[in-house]
Design a protein. Structure first.
Length: 301
């Protein structure tokens, strides 16, 4: 009976999320047409309106969430955010639920989150076009072996990042990057031989390129650690109301001068960014352990 009820809740909740998406996609699509006009001031103005539409979209999603899931997100850390600042947001990545949690916590407290997305996601019905209209950066990742066979594509990822970040220079933004590049699983962890418990190895390329292009404009790095008691949830777990508790810790780091450079051409700078990212992930492992102990002390694990 519980399974049937959970399935019913998931279907009804999903229906409301779809209706809300359809409602907001219409103005987003219509307004995005005006962004094709090559006038910088007009594009910036339309971009701000689009971000307000996206904020409304997330706000209504949160109300739907409160009705169907009752998910308690417990946020810790000393941080102060502003909607007038530019941020680089990084986080560990375990589930599609991460995106829901991040949007919920940062909505109306910081500029709208713009996620780095795999290029293939642009073909997702409705959402792909909405993400494009909202200037989400779509990235194509090339392996070293692929670039060896197609050397003309070398540096294409940096070029794509530059074009995406150019759009963010006139309106405050929170650029979101899941530095592990994929969702965590025990299988992926074992395959990578990662020495960090509960974390995959971070990739510094995306962050390095953003700092290269926008380092002098970005104000701070928001470092997020997400922990789910019991087990990592699926999106169906979320829809059916089975995700009861989420722990999130937020650290804010200043962007010092040594974090600004040229990731593509400066080998010493690239090495420094690798070391900086490695240090962040070592600290994140400790933070995950603290969140786990906190959940255990409350009888949630």
């Amino acid at each position: 009976m519980n399974k049937v009820f959970g399935m019913l809740v998931a279907v009804v909740a999903l229906s409301f999320y779809i209706l809300n998406t359809l409602f907001w996609c219409l103005p987003i699509f219509l307004l995005s047409i005006f962004k094709l006009i090559p006038i910088t001031a007009l594009r910036a103005f339309i971009g701000r309106i689009l971000d307000r539409c996206a904020t409304g979209w997330v706000t209504v999603n949160y109300f739907i969430q409160r009705v169907f899931s009752r998910m308690d997100v417990r946020v810790s850390g000393n941080y102060e955010l502003s909607k007038k600042d530019w941020y680089l947001v990084i986080s560990n990545h375990q589930s599609w639920v991460d995106i829901v949690v991040l949007q919920r916590v940062f909505n109306r407290k910081a500029p709208f989150l713009k996620f780095f997305l795999k290029h293939e996601l642009i073909y997702v019905p409705l959402l792909g076009l909405a993400w494009w209209a909202l200037d989400f950066p779509f990235m194509k990742r090339y392996s070293k072996s692929f670039l060896a066979k197609h050397p003309h594509l070398k540096g294409k990822d940096l070029e794509t990042t530059k074009k995406s970040c150019e759009k963010f220079k006139h309106t405050p933004v929170s650029i979101m990057n899941f530095m592990e590049g994929t969702r965590y699983t025990d299988t992926k962890h074992a395959k990578q031989s990662s020495q960090l418990e509960g974390l995959l190895k971070p990739k510094s390329g995306g962050v390095g390129f953003v700092l290269t292009v926008m380092g002098e404009q970005l104000h701070k790095v928001i470092d997020v650690t997400i922990y789910y008691p019991n087990k990592i949830p699926t999106f169906y777990n979320f829809l059916s109301g089975r995700v009861k508790n989420v722990f999130m810790h937020i650290d804010v780091h200043e962007i010092s001068n040594d974090l600004i450079g040229d990731y593509a051409t400066d080998k010493e700078y690239k090495k420094h960014i690798h070391q900086w990212v490695s240090g962040l992930w070592q600290q994140k492992e400790k933070t995950l352990q603290k969140l786990k102990l906190e959940a255990e002390s409350q009888g949630l694990n």
